[in-house]
Every structure is written in structure tokens, then in C-alpha cells.
Design a protein around this ligand. Structure first.
Ligand SMILES: [Zn+2]
Length: 415
């Protein structure tokens, strides 16, 4: 078999014929020609037989490694004149527009980005992390379900911090399909307005419920653009503010201990934060021991802890709206009488948003359900911290939690 035939088979790239193969120090360079006569605009469906000219230099793309060899695909491309986009270098069937990588290579990297950490991917694929980010952006632009904004009935809006210094992304979840379907940098009313602009009035009118946190920004936007939808408060957020109240009580107690001459007690208490804030079934052995010790000591911190756990239990997902209603009432009364100032305050907030919380329960958004997707998003966002652009962080979220079907090169049909 001729070496060019071998490489035709090995690369398995669509629409090309291998004309030459050369070996460098660590790279195999494969020269290819496009089989197609017609020139395709890389931006639209326009095609023509008329060539504007041929580029003076070769174009090249990194393809999947062969063993320990890097593979570069090289071709001399032509230019065409698109009536819409002007003079452009022709598109190729094996790579996304503007990319220096083949689609196979990008698909593999995008898949890895949803599964592995930065060090693993950059070392294995020999590319830097911002390149991974740009690859994620291209794969998402190419593969996201174009119908993802159709037929939405029940959505949730949430903000996540994606970098230090208070940089946020706003994410919209389809609660029915359990996917993130839209996102943008920012976290104010204007960010959500941009979503409604894209959704359009017709599809917005079909929304029956929008769930959110207790802030004013998203509420304002949803009221304005989807006036018929019920506003719900995600139990996740209600549970989170009760957790914050517990954290305030814990800090107060710790500060009191630090004033004491015996520093041992303060030191032992320092590790209590996670023991108190995590769900009891997720505790390590050390954290469980800390919790038992706090229980023996009793006092404010333990009372605050039992209040928080009682609150969380209301949203475990096994109660109907009437029961949740009654328990919320009882909980608020108890918290108001607790003489723990942060809990008195949080009880007021919960009362104020009670209708929204109950609306969420009626629609069967329980804490576990909201928390599942939320925890997954947070895990992915931590990985995106190293990216420099919010678009790359967003792309990684969409790759992992959005309506997109990632395929590995060997899973695509033989071409
Ligand atoms: Zn065009």
C-alpha cells in the first residue's frame, strides 16, 4: 500500500485526498487536497465554482495524535467572493471556521474538558488552557441544539461566580429538560432582559413559571417580560440563606471563644464550619465527631444547627404543598422566638417570600433537584476559573450541562 493511501485511511478526514507525507522531529505533516471542486463560504451556505484566487501560503490544522506523533494537516486553500461575506478563504469539511484544529481534535478536547481537570488536558493534548477555552466555544457554537429555546414552560434563572473579584454568569435552566439552555456574563436585570430579547414575546408568553433567588434584579426582568408566569423561589436559595444565618451564629460563637484565656477551645471550634454547613450524610468521620462534640456542648450554635437542619428537611421533596406551608409557618415562629438575631431576620425574609417558595413546591422543584444541577455547575465553574474570557467559561458550562451531544471521533459515522 502506498504511504499516501495509508494516511488517507488513518486520518479518516472527510473530503480530502492525501498527496504527500513528511516526518519532522516530532510531527508528521500530511499534505492534502480538497476533493470538492466547488468553493464553500465558511460562514454561510453559499458555494461557487468561481475562485477569487489561491492563498500564497499553506493553511494547517492540528489533527489527532498518531501514537506519540503530532499530526499536522496541510493544504493550499482558495479564496472566493461570497455575496454576503465578501472575499473569504474557502471552508473545509474537516475543521470549524477559523480553527487551527480539525473538528475531530476539537471534539476530543471538548469531551475531555467536561471530564478532566486543566493539568490533565493541557498535558495530554499539549495545548494551553485558553486554547481549550476557545475550542469549547467553537464546539458549543456548532453543536448546541438550535431548538433549545422552543417550548419552554418552566425555567429557572441563577447567577454563578466564575472568577474572583465578583465576576458572574447568569444561567437559565429548563427545569423540564434539566438542562442549562442559555447564559451570559453579568447578573443584573439587563442580563436577563437579553435572554428575553432572544426568546421573543411569543415564546415568553408560554412560560408558566420562572424560579429564581430572592434578589430584585431577575424578579424585575421576569415581571416585565413574562407577566403571566408565576415567580417561584428556588428552595435551594431559601436553604442557602438559612445556612448563612447559621454561619453568622457560628462566627459569633467563635469570636467569643477567642476572647477567652484558654485558646484550646477556639482552636477546636475552628474546624466546625464544614461540619455545620454540610449535609449530615456527607460528613467525614472527623466532621461527625466535631458535630457530636457541638451537640454535647449545646448552646447557640447547636440550636442554630438544629434550626437549619429542620429547615432543610422541609424541602427534601417528600412533602406536599399543604405540609410545607404548615411546617414553614411553624419554623418561622420558632426561628423568630429563638433569640438568635440572624434567625429572627431570616424568618422575616422567608415569610416575605413564602408565596414564591410555596409556588416552587407546587411545581415540584424540591431542593435536591435544584441542588443536583447546581452542584454540577459549580464543579464545572471551578474548572473554568483559569479561562480568561467569560465566553469560554460559559461554553464549558454549556458543554457539560446544556442541550448538546458530544461525540468522540470514533463515535461519528465512518465517512
Ligand atoms: Zn457567506
Amino acid at each position: 500500500m502506498r504511504v499516501t493511501t495509508v494516511f488517507n485511511r488513518l486520518l479518516a478526514l472527510p473530503g480530502i485526498t492525501v498527496s504527500d507525507v513528511s516526518f519532522g522531529a516530532s510531527v508528521v505533516t500530511v499534505d492534502v487536497g480538497l476533493r470538492r471542486r466547488r468553493l464553500l463560504c465558511p460562514e454561510c451556505a453559499f458555494s461557487t465554482r468561481a475562485r477569487h484566487d489561491t492563498r500564497a501560503v499553506d493553511s494547517s490544522w492540528r489533527h489527532l495524535d498518531l501514537g506519540r506523533w503530532r499530526v499536522t494537516v496541510r493544504a493550499r486553500l482558495r479564496r472566493l467572493r461570497c455575496p454576503t461575506h465578501g472575499v473569504r478563504v474557502e471552508g473545509v469539511p474537516f475543521a470549524r471556521p477559523g480553527s487551527r484544529f480539525t473538528a475531530d481534535f476539537e471534539d476530543l478536547v471538548a469531551f475531555l474538558a467536561t471530564k478532566a481537570d486543566k493539568t490533565t488536558i493541557t498535558r495530554l493534548q499539549r495545548i494551553d488552557w485558553d486554547t481549550v477555552g476557545r475550542i469549547c466555544e467553537r464546539v458549543v457554537a456548532d453543536g448546541l441544539d438550535p431548538g433549545r429555546l422552543d417550548g419552554l414552560v418552566h425555567i429557572g434563572v441563577d447567577e454563578v461566580s466564575w472568577r474572583r473579584h465578583h465576576r458572574y454568569l447568569t444561567l437559565i435552566t429548563d427545569h423540564t429538560g434539566k438542562k442549562i439552555i442559555w447564559g451570559a456574563p453579568g447578573k443584573d436585570a439587563a442580563t436577563m432582559d437579553a435572554f428575553f430579547d432572544e426568546l421573543g414575546t411569543q415564546r415568553a408568553a408560554q412560560l408558566e413559571a420562572v424560579s429564581m433567588d430572592m434578589g430584585a434584579a431577575f424578579n424585575k426582568s421576569a415581571r416585565e417580560h413574562a407577566p403571566d408566569a408565576v415567580i417561584c423561589i428556588d428552595p435551594f436559595h431559601a436553604v442557602a440563606i438559612v445556612g448563612d444565618a447559621l454561619d453568622v451564629v457560628r462566627r459569633q460563637a467563635w469570636n467569643q471563644l477567642r476572647q477567652l484565656p484558654d485558646q484550646g477551645a477556639a482552636k477546636r471550634f475552628k474546624g466546625a464550619r464544614w461540619a455545620l454547613l454540610k449535609r449530615p450524610d456527607n460528613l467525614t468521620e472527623d466532621q461527625s465527631a466535631t458535630l457530636r462534640r457541638l451537640r454535647r456542648q449545646g448552646g447557640n450554635v447547636w440550636r442554630a444547627y438544629t434550626l437549619k437542619e429542620a429547615f432543610r428537611a422541609i424541602f427534601a421533596g417528600d412533602l406536599d404543598t399543604d405540609d410545607v406551608d404548615a411546617l414553614l409557618d411553624r419554623w418561622c415562629a420558632k426561628a423568630s422566638r429563638s433569640r438568635l438575631e440572624p434567625f429572627v431576620k431570616v424568618a422575616k425574609t422567608i415569610r416575605r417570600f413564602r408565596d414564591g417558595i410555596l409556588a416552587a413546591i407546587k411545581l415540584n422543584i424540591n431542593n435536591a433537584r435544584a441542588e443536583g444541577l447546581n452542584n454540577h455547575v459549580r464543579l464545572i465553574i471551578r474548572r473554568a476559573y483559569g479561562f480568561h474570557s467569560p465566553q469560554a467559561a460559559l461554553a464549558l458550562v454549556m458543554l457539560s450541562c446544556g442541550p448538546i451531544h458530544l461525540k468522540l471521533p470514533h463515535e461519528t459515522a465512518v465517512r
